[in-house]
Design a binder for this molecule. Sequence first.
Ligand code: ZN
Length: 419
Amino acid sequence: MALSDPIRVALIIAELRSNQWKSRDEIESIQEERLIRLIAHARKHVPHYRKSFDGTVFEGLDSLQSLPIVKKEDIRANGASFISGLHNRESLRKFRTTGTTGECLEHFMDHSDGLTGTALRQHSFMQCGFSPRDLMVNMAYSRMPKFPFQPLLYRVRNVLPSLDIEKNLLALKSASADIIYAYPSNLVLMAEHNLKSGSRFKVGKAISVSEILSERARKTISDSFGCSIRDYYAASECWAIAWECEKGSLHINSDHVVVEVVDARNKPVGEGKSGRLLVTPLWRRSMPFIRYEIGDCGTLGSGCGCGRGLHVLKSLDGRTLDFIVLPSGRRISWFFLEGPICSAGSMAALQVVQESRESLHIKIVPNTGYAAGIGERIRKAVLSILPEKMSVSVEITDGIRSGARGKKPGFISKLGPSA
Ligand SMILES: [Zn+2]
């Protein structure tokens, strides 16, 4: 860590805090200037873009749609070609993502990009009500990804979420958390248990990540814990994309990421219309993602009464808040299955389908050269963590079919929505 690192992060946060109040036109000028620099860098130094941008004309934000879309399979097929020639792959840090889309991907980032990502996340948390004095209990990830001096910015206690909801609540209580960072499915189950058990445990604030925070879930969580709750949209590839303001709008960090919404023919759709999301983090240099199809669907909104000029994500579709319902009727978050499935072997995508209360069907798209027996290993791993007896089948397939609007969710319940 260089002595200048904290200063650099502080300056980026100060800039983010200032830029959010600029007008939409001013923010789009910043986007355009950063986009031009990013495209020039990618064209010159990144083998994939040197080839794919050949013959394309890019003149600014309005011509972004003339550039090709990058899909996860492009990166899986030849990830090394996305790494800038100015960066040594051995010195980069590896990240792995699966998330709600069930599509697995490895990507790389250097220290400098990590500092910007750190600043973006800190700023987004603060806009969601987090104060640097707060102790955040992270129940979403086994460990929150961090860069060297991040403990100076966050006081985070990582608590591995358990299928035992009472254990989760006890961990929260003993940590004296000021703010919880968790999947809403897990928060809902803890909130319901908190009410039923009469423990009336309270916590000041909550940040919801990864799944849709439905109005019903929001009410259950805030009624039980007596807390304010804000939605946060993040992805390993972009870190912080959007956060919920005090007026309830999901604001995009537009000065650092361009979010496009496109239809089935890859044409941009206007505000108020749903489509597939393409993201371009304007700050990634070591492994740039340009017009990257992140796997989510959403709708852009027109603006927000809070006065910020940042673009608004009116809705995120497809990141369903859904549960696996066990034979007894008890519900668990499907995210608990993701770790055991992924650790069974290398795969390109996965999808868990709840066929009935008694049965789960898991579809796997393995990577090239996968080891035989992966299906049985997954079946045994899932059976070992399910708290009730269910039948589990595993299918090895070439691809997972898209659902509505091109979305491939990591989890589908045929029992219907449960929250
Ligand atoms: Zn707002």
